[in-house]
Design a protein around this ligand. Structure first.
Ligand code: ARG
Ligand code: ZN
Length: 857
């Protein structure tokens, strides 16, 4: 069935108290729940209560302590008839966590028990109104064998413990009412890194990061990130932690990144464990960002939760913005901004222009797990960032203060958020609300001219049609701009203009000569800018723009323009040479600019991704794009050999540390190897092998191995064998070993991936491992878009095999096959064929069924 946002009605019952009693066992766990229910005054009176279930059976049902037969099973749900306004309902269920391969609800992961309840996993544990607007106070008792589960954790505070022979128990109480999706329980043989944090009002909080025995040394960065998050949220948003205990647990089998359960965050090990030997600089940043993200949910998600799942972006979009701002403050602000825009363009723009396009507040769904998307998360963050840009930081903070004050303890809506910002920040967001309801990436066309002594900027916007939304209204698009004087290379101040009509003209006086326009600075709006701009103006901006994002963008545009034209076969020899010359010149200027730090230099020197290039065309030919991109790389590497060598040598001198400087140096080293590989593969293989062998950290070693995987050579074989033997048994690093081979530019990547699927370390049961091989492959245009269609078939086979095991993870592979409309006719047909094959399979999960049928359109 399709669930619609407009059908929302409040639940007829309140559940003020929930008591749960778990008798834990890996193969059999008995759950006794007792709910106090009272009639909800804000809803229509109902003689029945519907408790959601998913694949569970009640072994006993009581009302007010008496066994009852006055219930029926309606599908998976349990519907009870109640005579009065207030009752106590007790239900027993028995579940088998070891058989739970979906990793939703209560499941076993390498000998421990843990839970994942968002969005609808709690109903796989016990019968309950499993919806985010039913808030309840939980008291939980858990008991189990001491030797197997020495550590027993739950939300809130531990209030009592005891033992009884081989068995022990713990009782936990969470004073903050919460929806069922925030429930969590963990039992296992774990050890903790313990620390503490004192909040701004003097509350001393015990902090623990729980991991398996051998992983303790790799938890320092997670703990430091947690303390920094707690401090930052007090300063940046005035938010203080509200319990005496904060636990984080690392789990190796996990569908997503992490989960913000109240007081007991459960994490994918990938976002907890880090040390220099096994984690890259990117991994370190990932840990910090996700630790921050989940911690920030304590206010944006837990204290204020969502009324229904259509409001998901209320907590996710806002929390992503909060984690982005946190990471910006902890590291390089411009580089973080560039990275976030790259993620948005790489993942969200394709979503917005394809069959799965939806607004950040969707109107309908079949399976909510399919809506944990880049649109809800990342575009959601951009939409709130625009409000912040329009209001200014101070006024925006007044808006968020208003939101937290007004809705604390509630299950709120996106509308509540917008209204709070409107009132608190003093903005009129009437028209801006369209950003919540309209899908599709707006296209802004720029016509920039000069009349008399005025610069004249004519802008028009087009919000493209998306599935179910043919007609769009113009939206307010805040654009930061600057007008540069060509001679002096400066401008007289950045301005914010808001394009809120289909088209509009902005005039700027005092320009005897036509200035150079820098637009959408800082990526102030999540739109595509379409403009005719002379190459020399891009070269100018790439060298001079004082907005780091705009400078990066100019550099990208320079390369995008060239590569798109070249891939379409529009460039003659002369044009090609002229284009390359400009790009090489701009690149040289970037290498030589002493005012740049190396992290930023690395961004400016990076090529647009193949996926991003394909997005710029209506019928992309991935093979042609790949050729042209490699050819440009080779040209740059050839022309700038000496400069790149000198840069490499300079970078290689810096000893390992986590400073921005050293990180920048590492980024450059691998980037230079990437360029070199396109120009002189054998020489690059030698350089990369040298970097590999001498690496004293994973960033250098992985970077070198990445380059080597694409070069058919003895160095490649040796490094792959060495890497495997060196890190055998370390799951997160072996994931990298799978990924690097699946992402490789090697001509036989498809065969490699097939062979890796038969490797003894490969398993369909572990989502990290599945993603490390197949997500990496699906994101590798070179292999995935093989002209034979074999890449598409490989992913379709995977989806069909994985669907019965882990539907949520299987469905996440479908969007890769949804791009058929944007491809040249041959590949387009082959891709569609695979979607149809999946659609025809018997017994598809709801997750995969929804994604496949939407993708076929
Ligand atoms: N709320 C989690 C986060 O921090 C994600 C949970 C996703 N769960 C799911 N079943 N899709 O973003
Ligand atoms: Zn989140």
């Amino acid at each position: 069935p399709v669930i619609r946002r407009e059908d929302y009605t409040p639940f007829p019952w309140l559940v003020p108290e929930t008591r749960l009693d778990f008798e834990l066992g890996l193969e059999s766990t008995r759950v006794r729940s007792t709910l106090t229910v009272v009639h909800n005054n804000k809803a229509a009176r109902s003689p029945t209560i519907r408790l959601d279930g998913d694949g569970i059976k009640p072994t006993s049902v009581k009302v007010d302590g008496e066994p009852t037969q006055s219930f029926v099973m309606d599908g998976d749900d349990l519907v009870l008839t109640l005579s009065d306004d207030a009752h106590e309902i007790s239900i027993e269920t028995e579940i088998d966590p070891s058989a739970n391969s979906q990793l939703m609800g209560l499941y076993a992961s390498s000998g421990m028990l843990c839970t994942q309840c968002e969005a609808e996993g709690f109903r796989r544990i016990t019968f309950f109104p499993d919806r985010p607007d039913v808030l309840s106070t939980y008291t939980v008792r858990m008991s189990g064998p001491k030797d197997q589960f020495p550590i027993l954790l739950c939300n809130g505070n531990k209030v009592a413990t005891g033992e009884d022979g081989e068995t022990h128990w713990a009782e936990w109480h969470d004073p903050w009412p919460k929806p069922s999706y925030l429930f969590a329980l963990v039992a296992g043989d774990l050890v903790a890194r313990t620390d503490s944090f004192t909040t701004m009002n003097g509350r001393k909080v015990e902090l623990n990061v729980w991991v398996r025995e051998g992983d303790l040394e790799r938890t320092e960065h997670a703990m430091e990130s947690l303390k920094r998050s707690m401090e930052w949220d007090e300063e940046a948003f005035g938010r203080e932690y509200d319990l005496d205990l904060f636990n984080i647990v690392a789990v190796s089998d996990f569908n997503m990144g992490a989960m913000e359960n109240k007081g007991l965050n459960v994490f994918n090990t990938k976002y907890v464990l880090a040390d220099p030997e096994t984690a890259t600089d990117g991994d370190y940043d990932g840990v910090e960002g996700v630790i921050g993200h989940e911690y920030f949910h304590n206010w944006s998600g837990n204290r204020i939760t969502c009324r229904d799942w259509f409001q998901l972006s209320l907590k996710e979009g806002f929390t992503v913005l909060r984690d982005q701002l946190f990471s910006q403050d902890m590291g390089s602000e411009p580089v973080k901004r560039i990275e976030d825009v790259r993620v948005l363009r790489g993942a969200q723009f394709p979503e917005d222009s394809g069959p799965l396009a939806h607004s950040i507040r969707p109107d309908s769904y079949r399976e909510i797990s399919n809506f944990y998307t880049a649109t809800v998360y990342n575009k959601g963050a951009e939409v709130i960032r625009m409000m912040r840009t329009m209001a200014g930081e101070e006024a925006f903070r007044k808006g968020t203060d208003t939101y937290f004050d007004r809705h604390d303890g509630e299950a709120a809506t996106c509308e509540d958020f917008v209204k709070s910002i409107e009132d608190g920040a003093g903005l009129d967001l009437t028209q801006f609300r369209l950003w919540y309801s309209q899908a599709g990436t707006p296209k802004v066309s720029v016509d920039f001219g000069h009349e008399g002594d005025e610069a004249v900027l004519k802008l028009s916007q087009l919000v493209p049609a998306t599935p179910g939304q043919d007609e769009k209204k113009p939206m307010p698009i805040p654009l930061k701009i600057a007008l540069f004087d060509r001679e002096t290379g400066t401008h007289s101040g950045e301005q914010l203009i808001v394009l809120d009509k289909a088209s509009d003209t902005f005039r700027f006086g005092g320009f005897a000569q036509k200035p150079v326009l820098s637009i959408n600075r800082g990526f102030s709006a999540p739109v595509t800018i379409q403009r005719e701009i002379a190459r020399d103006e891009l070269v100018f901006l790439a060298a001079k723009d004082d907005d780091p994002f705009a400078r990066y963008e100019a550099m990208q545009d320079l390369m995008v323009g060239h590569l798109v034209a070249a891939s379409k076969g529009e460039l003659g020899d002369e044009d090609r040479a002229a284009g390359r010359k400009d790009i090489v010149g701009a690149m040289r200027a970037v290498i030589e600019d002493e005012a740049l730090d190396d992290l930023m230099r690395g961004e400016l020197m990076s090529m647009p991704s193949q996926t991003y290039l394909a997005e710029q065309m209506s019928e992309a030919d991935p093979g042609r794009i790949h050729e042209e991109r490699e050819a440009l790389k080779a040209a740059i590497a050839g022309e700038l050999q000496d400069e790149l060598h000198a840069l490499y040598d300079r970078a290689a001198e810096l000893p390992f540390s986590h400073s921005a400087e050293a990180k920048g140096a590492r980024k450059l080293k691998t980037l230079i190897l990437v360029y070199a590989a396109a120009h002189d593969p054998q020489k690059a293989a030698e350089l990369a092998a040298h970097q590999y062998e001498n690496a004293d950290n994973m960033t250098d070693r992985q970077g070198a191995l990445m380059v080597l995987t694409g070069i058919d050579s003895a160095e490649r074989t040796n490094a792959l064998i060495d890497f495997y033997n060196r890190y055998r048994g370390n799951a997160l690093v072996i994931d990298k070993w799978f990924s690097l081979q699946a992402m490789s530019l090697h001509p036989k990547v498809l065969e490699h991936v097939k062979a890796l699927a038969d490797h003894e370390d490969f398993t369909m049961k572990n989502p990290n491992r599945v993603r490390s091989l197949y997500m990496a492959f699906a994101a590798n245009p070179h292999g995935f878009h093989a002209a034979s269609g074999e890449g598409y078939k490989l992913i379709a086979d995977l989806i069909l095999e994985l669907d019965p095991i882990n539907a949520q993870t299987a469905a996440r592979f479908v969007p890769a096959l949804g791009r058929w409309r944007k491809l040249e006719p041959g590949r387009s047909a082959l891709m569609r064929e695979q979607l149809e094959r999946i659609a025809a399979a018997p017994k598809l999960s709801r997750d995969t069924f929804e994604q496949v049928s939407r993708s076929l359109g």
